[in-house]
Design a protein. Structure first.
Lengths: 182, 578
C-alpha cells in the first residue's frame, strides 16, 4: 500500500529524458548587483538554473547562494569555472560524492473542504509536513525536505487542487567537518 | 586633505601612470572633465565614444599598459559598449569611466540615464557603480589591478555626477587586497613535469601560439622553448608577431584563412602545445576532426579555457611567462628535423600566393600592396586592421617582426576597430610608422575620428583596400549563397547586385570620395588604381607630415584563400578556386 502511494507519487519512477542536476554553493560578496552577475552569467552562457536560493551568512559581508544546475558533468565544470572567474565570487563548492543535506521549503495552498481534511491530514502526516493555516475552503501546508519528497507531496496534493505554491529553492550543506567557509 | 570625487579620480589616474585619456564630455561627467583641465594627463577628445574605447584599446595593445577612456551617462556609456566588448573578447586591459545621473534620481528614467553597469556587465571583466565617494579611490585602484592582472580585461566604473562633486577627507590607498580575486601565476610543478615528459617523447610537436603569449610578455620564453626543443611555431591571428616572421622555426598563421602547411601540421602533429590560445572556432574548424592524432598540452591563465571546447591531456594553469621559464629550465635539447622538413614541403606545395590580374586594365592586387608595405617597413611597423578580407590579407602578408605590432579585433570581429586603434597606438609610439590596413566598409564605421587625428597631429596612414563591397560578406555570398549579393555592395541601391549586373567598379562613383574626404579634413588623400603607383604612394605616405588615406581600388571578386569553410574540418581547406 505504502509503495503504491510512492509509485503514484513518482518517487520510484525513472524519467527517460533525465538530465542530471548538480547542487553548487557559493560564497559571494554581499553587494548590490551580485545576483545579476550570477544570473547574467547563466543566461549568457546558456546554462540552466533549476533553482537558486540566496541569503546572508553569519558574516554580513558574505552571502551564500545555492544553485541547482541542470546538465552533464562537462557543463557543471564550465559553470563552476565561469562562476569562479567572477570577481565577487569568494568561494565555491559542489557536493559530488560528498555526504550532504539538501533542503527545500514549500508553502502549498490546497483546496480543502471539511470532508477533505482528514485525508489531507493523513498525507501531511506521512510526509512530516505541517498544516499552518486553515480556512473554510483551503489549507496551507508547510513542508521541508529534499526535492524528491516535496515533488512527491505536490503530486499527492494534486488531486485536491493546488491553489497556490511558493518554494524557496534548495539550500545545501555538507555533513561533518567538510565546511564551506572563507 | 579634503578632495572632491572628481579630484580623487584625476589623482588616482595620475598615480596609476595614465598618460592618455580618450573620451567626450557631457552633462554627467563635467566635474571630472573640469579637473582634467588642470591635469598633466593628455586628454584626447574623440568624435564618438566608440572611437575613444578603440583608441584606448590600441594604446593598451601596443604598450601593454592599461588604456583609459571616458564618456558621459546614457548614450555616452552605451556608445562605449562595443569597444569594451572588443577588449573583453581579446583580453585587453582597459578602464572605462562613465558619468551617471545623480544617485537620488537613479532609476527614475532621468535625462540621459541608462543602466550603464547593466549594459557593460556581460562585456567587462568587472564593473562598479560608485554610490559613496569614500569608495571611489579604492574602486579605481581595484579596477586597474583587476584590468591588468590574471587574464586581462576591461573594467568599467560608473560614477554619478553628485559623487564627482562630493567632498571627502582623502588619503590614497597605497595597498589593496581583494579577497575574492587571486589569479594563479605559478604553474603546478607536477603538471609542468608531465608537459615536459610529453615534449621529450614527441616526434612531431607543434607550438600553437595565441594572443595570451603576447599579453603575458612571454615571447622570449616561447622562442627559447622553440629553439631548445626544436619545435615549429604556428600562430593564431592574435599572435602575429609573437615569433619574429623571419625566424626559421616560424611557420605562419593557423586557422580559417591560415596556411595550408600550418593547418596540415596541426592535423598531423603528435603533440600540440597550446600557449595562451583558447581553441577558437576560427582556428579549430569542426571540433570532431581537429588535430585527431595529437596529445595536447594547454598552457592558459584562465582555468575556464581548459577543456572548454577541446579535451586536453595536460592542462597547466598559470602565467605563461612564468610557466615557460620553469619548463625551459628543465628542457633538454631536441631535434625534429624530419618533421620540420615535412612541414616545409607542405608549405612549398601551397604557400600563400596570388595571381596577377590578367585583365586588359589590370587591378591592383591587395596582397601586393601589403607585400610592398612589408618590404618598405621591413615588417617592423605597427599594423591595425578592421574586420574582413583586408584583415585576413594583412595577417597573411604582414607577418610581424615584433609582438604588440599587430592590433586587430580577433574575438569580437569589430568592424571599425582599425582606424581609432591606430590613433591610440601612434600616440604611444609617435616615432614608429602606424598603418591601418582597412576595408571600405570597416573604415566608414569610425572614419569620423579623422578629426581627432588631425587635431591631435597623429600621423597615421590608412590603406583602404577598396573593393566597393563588404568584401568578406560578398565572398561568402559568392561561395555559399549562389552569388546573390544581398546588401553587400556599397555602391548600389539597397546594396543589391548579382554577378551579371556587376560593372567595373572604376566606372562607378564611390560615395564618399575618400580622397576628397581626406582633403576635407586636411589629411593627404591618394587614389591608387594601378600597380606602378603603389610603391611611390606608400613612400609618400610614410614620409607624410599629415595623416594619409590611400584609397586603393581592388577587384570586387578578389577572395581570401586558403579557406576552411565555417563548420568544416581543417582537412577540408580550400587552397584556391581553380
Amino acid at each position: 500500500m505504502e509503495s503504491e502511494i510512492f509509485v503514484k507519487a513518482g518517487l520510484l519512477m525513472k524519467d527517460k529524458n533525465f538530465e542530471p542536476k548538480h547542487t553548487i554553493s557559493i560564497l559571494v560578496e554581499n553587494k548590490a548587483g551580485v545576483l545579476a552577475r550570477i544570473s547574467g552569467l547563466f543566461s549568457a552562457r546558456g546554462f540552466n538554473i533549476d533553482s537558486l536560493a540566496v541569503g546572508e551568512t553569519d558574516d554580513p559581508t558574505v552571502s551564500r547562494m545555492t544553485i541547482v544546475v541542470k546538465g552533464d558533468e562537462k557543463i557543471l565544470e564550465q559553470v563552476e569555472k565561469q562562476l569562479n572567474k567572477l570577481v565577487d565570487v569568494i568561494k565555491l563548492g559542489d557536493y559530488i560524492e560528498i555526504p550532504h543535506l539538501e533542503r527545500d521549503l514549500a508553502l502549498i495552498k490546497v483546496k480543502a473542504d471539511k470532508n477533505d481534511r482528514s485525508e489531507l491530514l493523513q498525507i501531511v502526516d506521512i510526509f512530516r509536513a505541517k498544516i499552518v493555516d486553515v480556512a473554510d475552503h483551503s489549507v496551507i501546508i508547510e513542508v521541508t525536505g529534499d526535492e524528491d519528497k516535496i515533488e512527491a507531496l505536490i503530486r499527492m496534493l494534486g488531486s485536491f487542487g493546488i491553489l497556490e505554491m511558493s518554494r524557496t529553492g534548495i539550500v545545501a550543506m555538507a555533513r561533518g567537518n567538510n565546511s564551506l567557509t572563507i | 586633505m579634503e578632495k572632491t570625487g572628481a579630484e580623487i579620480i584625476v589623482e588616482c589616474l595620475e598615480r596609476e601612470g595614465v598618460e592618455f585619456i580618450f573620451g567626450i564630455p557631457g552633462g554627467c561627467n563635467l566635474p571630472f572633465f573640469d579637473k582634467l583641465y588642470d591635469s598633466k594627463i593628455r586628454l584626447i577628445l574623440t568624435r564618438h565614444e566608440q572611437g575613444a574605447s578603440h583608441m584606448a584599446d590600441g594604446y593598451a595593445r601596443s604598450t601593454g599598459k592599461v588604456g583609459v577612456c571616458t564618456a558621459t551617462s546614457g548614450p555616452g556609456a552605451t556608445n562605449l559598449v562595443t569597444g569594451l566588448a572588443t577588449a573583453h573578447m581579446d583580453s585587453i586591459p582597459l578602464v572605462a569611466i562613465t558619468g551617471q545621473v545623480r544617485t537620488d534620481v537613479i532609476g527614475s528614467d532621468a535625462f540621459q540615464e541608462a543602466d550603464a553597469i547593466g549594459c557593460t556587465r556581460p562585456v567587462t571583466k568587472h564593473n562598479y557603480l560608485v554610490k559613496d565617494v569614500k569608495d571611489l579611490a579604492h574602486v579605481i585602484r581595484e579596477a586597474f589591478y583587476i584590468a591588468s592582472t590574471g587574464r586581462p580585461g576591461p573594467v568599467h566604473i560608473d560614477v554619478p555626477v553628485d559623487i564627482q562633486r562630493a567632498k571627502i577627507e582623502f588619503s590614497y590607498p597605497e595597498k589593496i587586497s581583494i579577497r575574492s580575486y587571486s589569479p594563479t601565476i605559478k604553474g603546478h610543478p607536477l603538471q609542468i613535469k608531465k608537459a615536459l615528459e610529453l615534449i621529450k617523447a614527441a616526434e612531431r610537436p607543434l607550438l600553437y601560439v595565441g594572443g595570451g603569449t603576447i599579453l603575458s610578455g612571454a615571447t622570449k620564453e616561447l622562442r627559447t622553448l622553440a629553439e631548445k626543443a626544436n619545435i615549429p611555431v604556428a600562430t593564431t591571428l592574435m599572435a602575429n608577431g609573437a615569433m619574429p616572421f623571419d625566424h626559421p622555426l616560424y611557420l605562419g598563421p593557423l586557422g580559417m584563412h591560415g596556411k595550408y602547411s600550418t593547418n596540415t601540421a596541426m592535423q598531423k602533429c603528435d603533440l600540440m602545445i597550446s600557449c595562451g590560445a583558447r581553441f577558437d572556432d576560427r582556428v579549430t574548424g569542426k571540433l570532431s576532426s581537429f588535430s585527431p592524432h595529437s596529445k595536447k598540452i594547454h598552457f592558459d591563465i584562465d582555468p575556464a579555457n581548459i577543456g572548454k571546447s577541446v579535451a586536453v591531456d595536460v592542462p597547466v594553469v598559470g602565467d605563461l611567462k612564468t610557466v615557460l621559464k620553469e619548463l625551459n629550465d628543465q628542457m633538454p635539447e631536441k631535434n625534429h628535423k624530419p618533421w620540420i622538413e615535412q612541414i616545409k614541403e607542405w608549405d612549398k606545395k601551397h604557400p600563400f600566393s596570388y595571381k596577377e590580374d590578367q585583365g586588359k586594365d589590370p587591378f591592383i592586387k591587395p596582397q601586393y600592396v601589403i607585400q610592398e608595405l612589408h618590404r618598405l617597413t621591413k615588417g617592423e611597423a605597427i599594423i591595425t586592421t578592421g574586420v574582413g578580407q583586408h584583415q585576413m590579407w594583412a595577417m597573411q602578408w604582414y607577418p610581424c617582426k615584433y609582438p604588440r605590432h599587430f592590433l586587430t579585433s580577433g574575438g569580437l570581429g569589430t568592424m571599425g576597430y582599425g582606424f581609432p586603434s591606430s590613433i591610440g597606438a601612434k600616440l604611444a609610439f609617435p616615432e614608429k610608422p602606424v598603418i591601418c590596413i582597412d576595408g571600405d566598409g570597416s573604415f566608414q564605421m569610425t572614419m569620423s575620428e579623422m578629426a581627432t587625428a588631425i587635431h591631435e597631429n597623429v600621423k597615421v596612414i590608412v590603406i583602404i583596400l577598396n573593393n566597393y563591397y563588404l568584401g568578406m560578406v560578398r565572398q561568402w555570398q559568392e561561395l555559399f549563397y549562389k552569388e546573390r549579393f544581398s546588401a553587400s555592395c556599397l555602391t548600389a541601391q539597397g546594396g543589391r547586385r548579382t554577378k551579371e549586373n556587376e560593372p567595373d567598379p572604376r566606372s562607378l562613383k564611390y560615395i564618399p570620395d575618400f580622397v576628397k574626404f581626406a582633403e576635407a579634413y586636411g589629411a593627404l588623400g591618394l587614389r591608387l588604381t594601378h600597380k606602378e603607383e603603389v610603391e611611390g604612394a606608400l613612400k609618400q605616405a610614410l614620409d607624410s607630415k599629415v595623416p594619409v588615406i590611400l584609397d586603393v581600388i581592388i577587384h570586387p571578386e578578389e577572395k581570401v584563400f586558403p579557406m576552411v569553410p565555417a563548420g568544416a574540418g581543417l582537412d577540408d581547406i580550400i587552397v584556391d578556386m581553380a
